[in-house]
Design a binder for this molecule. Sequence first.
Ligand code: NAI
Length: 724
Amino acid sequence: MSDNNKAITSEIRDGVGILYWNDTTQSVNCLYEAVLLEFEKEFNALVEQKDVKGVVVTSPRDKFIVGADIKVLTKIRDLPAEELFKQNQQLSLFFRHMETQGKPVVAAINGDALGGGLELAMACHYRVVADDNSIKLGTPEVMLGLLPGAGGTQRLPRLIGLQDGLRYLTTGGNIRPPKALKLGLVNEVVPADQLLDVACDAIRSGKAPRRQPFDAANWQASPPVHSQEFVQVMGAGVALVRDKTHDNYPAPQAMLSCVYQGLQLPMESALKYEGRQFVTLARGPVSRTMIRTLWFGRNDANKLAKRPAGIEDTKFTQVGVLGAGVMGAGIAICTAEAGIRCVLVDISDEAAQRGKDYARDYWQRQLTKKRITQDEFDARMARIVPTSDYAKLGGSQLVIEAVFEDRGLKAKVTRMTEEATGDDAVFGTNTSTLPITGLAEASDRPQSFIGIHFFSPVEKMPLVEIIRGEKTDVRATAVAMDYVAAISKTPIVVNDSRGFYTSRVFGTYGREAFEMLQEGYSPTLIENVGRSTGMPMGPFELIDMIGVDTAQKIAAATEAEVGREAMEAAGENFYNKDLLDWIVLECERPGQKTGQGFYDYEGRKPSKLWSGLHERYPGKLDNPDIAELKKRFLHIQTLETLRCMEEGVVTAADDADVGSIFGWGFAPWSGGVMSYGETHVGWSRLLADCEDYAKRFGKRFEPNDLLRSLAAGEKAFFNDSAAA
Ligand code: NAI
């Protein structure tokens, strides 16, 4: 860092040294070796001055410090374990030095203090935070498969107690200033413009101590180590972590261990213990693949790294939405929230208004909870224009169709839209099943016709799958990507196929469950095994949520279009239609929305699996190989993805990974379908398993050529493979 571009600057005000963290070489302040060395030097220079009573650490930027630089971590994690441990300890010992050098240190937290940023603040003796509810404090490392390895697992439970400490460490949840005060994580919450003065005064008045409470000789953990309450909280923590993670995530378990061991050790030894655990996690496959997809993959997708080059950015002033039903209303919400006027068309003004009413109720809840202001509410409402008049679509840069899933109707509204809009308007269809190339036949401008596939509920789901038809051009692709970025969602771009990428691969999860039912496994066992893979829900609960009737309709439409023989010849890669016909048509159980599906429901919550399912499938097999069942659930999704890749439906492994986690919640610990195959299982192992399963369970497990070539080592997708 050159002197005139220093990341850390300092001044002395009436006997108090102030360190400003202002690293403008980075978009946000974060921790990495060079900046830490600079900080250490400045810090020591201040405390060594006799007339400096103490030091305040703050930042003039919006945020305080948001954590370690992940890019740097990925560069150093493959150093020999001892070297990585040494680097970890350098930071830990410096933070320890901050709290033991004898002068009071105060953190004046002006904005988000996350991960290493909060760890630094916790190594101060006193913490003051600005009174601003948008400020987040927390240790989100767990979400990338890591733990806060600069004392975080030690100081958090020492400062806020065992139970809350474990909760925030293992969930990575954000703590807002009022809650932080209540927990004892900060000492004061003060108006932002008084932050620095209050922090300095805490030193001058002696309110800020010169050593940590937990360094006092008579300090006890809360509750005291080995007390009955301590044992109970630890025990509950272990049970909760196992229930939530099914042992798929090593980080929360490592944290439990750090807290349990660490609270019984002197701080220096506890920090060493934590450092060892950190090194193991950082070098292990789970954090590696979580970082790969949840951090880099998603960030690249959000930044539109794969947007076609040379096409001007689209500035959206108006977007049309056809159909004000479940999906159309959700799309209108996202559009209006992005500041874009949205013309919402349905068959009558009343039907269109119903879509807007849905948006109003949704924002009203936000207003009541004070998440948005009345002005914001009014502005959003004014942006949705409900109508039955297609002429009002004129001037839209993009129109998204979300009318009934009916080929003829979709053709009709395509033509009506094209009459109303200019030649430049892109037409996006939100069809869930109909191939795009076929739908584009209704269009006079098939080059501007594209699939924009949302997930339900649109307001909440982060992914949008963009599907290119045969004639879709790069401009339409760029416009669709710009729109997805404008509404702050994550796009992946795929090519046309029945079920596209996400529905096609995701469908194999439910289908495998049906196969297991018919093989004689009990429904409860199948459901529990599904959950234990790390999928967000068991397969039956998931199908209930989507709608068993929706799955049944898709199966019926597919059979009608493709033919049963062809379906079976293709390895039956669709839901088992007979079972779906039985449950939907005969038993009239369409899913969660009616309170009856594979489950019985109390409100929207599943109460128990429906007894009729147990009667028909009592579960004859009483010695299940759970590990194998788990593999079947995950392998089949990876294999179907490889088929998509071979057919050119998905063109990049990182798209497949991002799409799988953010689209249908594929086991996030794995980093996605492709990382699961390459990093966690290994292609040759996957090939051997699939060959075996194809013989024993059916040809849907038949390996394709791509898997064979991967297993032969001819190709790999990721260049950040695990260290030995
Ligand atoms: P929905 O039945 O809730 O809404 C369809 C709306 O289209 C109705 O309000 C209807 O009045 C309107 N409509 C019918 N004819 C029209 C016309 N000529 N002009 C304008 N509006 C017209 O259906 P939903 O669930 O919103 O689905 C819409 C589309 O989105 C379908 O293609 C569906 O396959 C697809 N989709 C649905 C998902 C879901 O989970 N529900 C997920 C992803 C895609």
